[in-house]
Design a protein around this ligand. Sequence first.
Ligand SMILES: C[S@@+](CC[C@H](N)C(=O)[O-])C[C@H]1O[C@@H](n2cnc3c(N)ncnc32)[C@H](O)[C@@H]1O
Length: 336
Amino acid sequence: MGELKAINWIEKNLSPEFSTSEEFIYNEMESQSCYSLPVIYQPFDSTKKSHWADRGSLFDYLYSTNGGGKLLLDFGPGDGWPSLIVAPHAAEVVGIDSSPRRVKVCNQNAKRLGIRNVKFVSYKVGEKLPFEDNSFDGIMAASSIEQTPDPKATLKELFRVLKPGGRLRFKYEALEQYRNSKEKDVWIAELTDNSCKLVLYVRDLKQECVTQYGITVSLSKREIVELLKRDGGTHFTNITVRFLESIRPRIIGVQICRLKHPSGRTYISWLKEIGFKEVLPTHSGADAAAKLFEHYKQLQIPDDIESVDRVIKPVVRVAVQLSAPIETDPMITAVK
Ligand SMILES: C[S@@+](CC[C@H](N)C(=O)[O-])C[C@H]1O[C@@H](n2cnc3c(N)ncnc32)[C@H](O)[C@@H]1O
């Protein structure tokens, strides 16, 4: 109850501005992934499960879209993921993101990595994608469709720019994973050395939507974490009216962002309605590669990226064709 008092207090006293997700967070961060991405920011390390999963994702997107040697679109690439890891296997990858900051960072990363068959472009939220009908052989979208103001309209646009027979492969953040513990949640995003954003999530699993409150403060992430530690830590329940009043002089911006987060079931019904011929919920290459890592842990782990790719590829090729239960909110391939 106390926690909802804090939300009511924010709405009443801080008059949050409505914003899109790019205004809310993606334009603000230099690295949207906190520089964690293997290959793009970190040297590949075969002893890390997450790095195996990353390679699994690469081959997932490549195989699911039949994208080898083809022209692919990456919708919402963030820091250039998966465009920059898939590009060496495709003819060309175009990344499109509504956030100008993300496009700038993606271009910088491509240049730093010397990847030339990729380009990143921006467009205005709510406008049509700046591509002709039937332009792309395949489309990849990683955790981006539900960040747009109207995910169903976004899918219609992706359908329009995909060639007939082309394949859309996407990952999404369904809300079921937050049930019973994380419906209400807090995240602190570091913006600069002396500013950060306190993000409060209020997730409505039934309505499949999330309301995010963003409170930008002129305090470092470390300082705000310290303040919250005194009340027991960075938990939603510790964001009380008393706490908010105590940091009020340091508040420099308040935003609210409402996003639809469809479940796998909802996505599948929309994709069929939009006209995709086949809609295939399947296992993910990332999970398959992570399982393989567990297996290799007992044996001898291959230590270079080429050897890891060699063992991952055949497994991912099978995993992405295996249908997965819809209740698990699996990754989805849709064929036009
Ligand atoms: C969660 S991030 C995912 C980034 C990247 N694909 C990854 O998995 O690391 C969501 C991305 O979607 C982009 N995005 C948000 N709204 C968008 C829109 N209307 N059109 C295109 N991209 C959008 C954001 O700017 C951000 O880059």
